[in-house]
Write a protein that binds this ligand. Sequence first.
Ligand code: GLN
Ligand code: ZN
Length: 763
Amino acid sequence: MTNIKSSNLGYPRIGEKREWKRALEAFWNGNITQTELIEKTDDIRLNNLKKQQEQGIDLIPVGDFSLYDHVLDTSATFGIVPDRYEYDGGKVDINTYFAIARGLDDAIASEMTKWFNTNYHYIVPELNGAKPELVENRALTYYKEAKEKLGIDGKPVLLGPITYLQLSKGFEADEFAGLVETFTPLYVQILQELQEAGARWVQIDEPIFATNVDEEVIAAAEKVYATFAEEAPGINIIFQTYFEKVSHYERIAALPVKGLGLDFVHGDSLELLKTYGFPKDKVLAAGVVDGRNVWRADIGEKLTTLETIKQFVQDDQLIIQPSSTLLHVPVTKTLEEKIDPVILGGLSFADQKITEIVALTKGLNEGREAIADDIAEVDAALNELQATYRSNDDVRKAVSNLTEKDAERGAPFAERIELQDKLFELPLLPTTTIGSLPQTPEVRGTRTKWRKGEITDAEYEKFIEDSIARWIKIQEDLDIDVLVHGEFERNDMVEYFGEKFNGFSVTEYGWVQSYGSRCVKPPLIFGDVSWDGPITVKESVYAQSLTNRIVKGMLTGPVTILNWSFVHDTTPRYDIMKQIALALQKEINALEDNGIKIIQVDEPALREGLPLDHAKWDEYLDVSAYAFRLATATAENDTQIHTHMCYSNFEDIFDCIDALDADVISIETSRSHGELVSTFEDNTYTKEIGLGVYDIHSPRIPAVDEVKQNIDRALQTISPKQFWVNPDCGLKTRKEDETIDALKVMVEAAKATREELLVNETK
Ligand code: GLN
Ligand code: ZN
């Protein structure tokens, strides 16, 4: 019998039924006090720990919990608070903490961006000359809490200094090394305090090393971790990476740390072991259970992989764990009652993954026979799942026959836009929104009632129609040029399509955190995807019937639907992307047949899906652009195709955006101010574009001048003939009055700029 340990890297914060989200929102709305918020979230956190303890995980992560985001927590640990929040040192109080995340009065929220290739968003630290100090050792607080309350000798989790700084902004490239030096003693202090409190293991997350980092970054890590080894020799550091195999493997393997955490699910870490071996003095923390997907692990096969991995380590110095934190999967499948039992049998959420890890550890320590029953049970479930895979030969054939031509529109952009201009007669700087309008408690409550059968289909439809009608009127009164129906009928932009295409399944409680309190419920793709009849036509046509202005049809694109679903690996991902594109093509045709002339196909997930390994970029970007073009190719030349993406650093994918061949694109910018605009100085973009002119993630209402400045700044590099005025993203999370006030400001700013342009033109 060996002494291989089980471990976890992080547990979802949100609670089994999103209790965390409810508590946060109740606090923000003033419905519960700070004390109540703390009580409720303490309960959730302790319950998360207890579940891992009961299952028998040896190294339970502590300090992974957060009230918003772990990157923001790291900033709070070091007192990194931008000046505009008037912070004056000491522990960052909860209101300041939430102000950074959400904005407060005139102080706009910090920029938020996607965490590596996930749909999780973190708050970008703004260093701007900040003087970091250790103002709160959160890891220590949580370590002690777990020990005192539950008798757990936890494994504190820290976001490593190199990754933290690489994800921060507000400094020049040549200041990086100096900043690393500034933060090093603060981390040392955290480690020493943990060591004194009795912690034996600490997990330092450095996922940046799963991207292609340059020499300076790896050199910085060598320096920092050497200092940690000298200054805090009594604590076992696990240098944790995930989401891809590491770059600079040999140098990382030589770092003076106790353990190295590698992802054996995403990226070929096993190949690294085979090529370079594994150092004799280290523990290998092997991430073998997928922390990013919801399908049950084939325990027998994983055990075989582990047996191979084990040959590379000395004296069973092995820890078994998920490939990443479980933050990116839902909490537990035990609440699912409606899903097909065969699919349920093939699922594994966070709690089930913990069970898998415990079983694998037992299997490796005691031998395969010790978990023979588990293996047999999993095999049976997975075989049954496989036998019911919903294949569709027609779709498969259609995908395999696709050619380049199939993804081309009838005429090039220059010709299309002329026809479109003639048809729509829009003013200069046309105003529009991104699609969704506020999903008020009434909207969500009515949907819940309908789902529970408390109101009839007809009543629900009537409610949706009334909401559409009310907002068409509001948008007309606001004098917005291109209107939207508001997406009131949609719970979520991906799940809504998932429920209606063939090949998908949906869960009831399969939520994962996206940003702040906002969670998404990715559908499952288990079958070939095809179109089963119109999905969005009814609402779009109804909205269009109420107004003389143009109403945009609203779809989610193939790349986003794929990236935001939990896809089974039975069929290659890129084939499924094309299947989705063909299904969307039919939906677009149906919209056009019913008189919808502007159709937006959202692709907010295109960039986050970019593989972390640069070597895989070209293929991904080519296929993604192809799939988008395929979905939109059969649209008439005078039908205007819009797309939307919500992020700002798109230098990396500029060519791909161009290759989408969308007539109009809207993108988010307001949280990163002018950075994006400068991209246009270096690249020529000839199609139409709307840069978000105000931040919808914050409840704050912008001033007219502020919005106008954003427009003016954009117009320095983009021609007014190409430019659209729109918010950063959809408005579903905002309150109605906030939305109306902010849109009023936006339209006013657009009109003021328009007037200036016309005056200048006649001069
Ligand atoms: N049309 C969607 C909406 O407005 C787009 C959302 C998104 O980009 N994430 O909600
Ligand atoms: Zn968006």
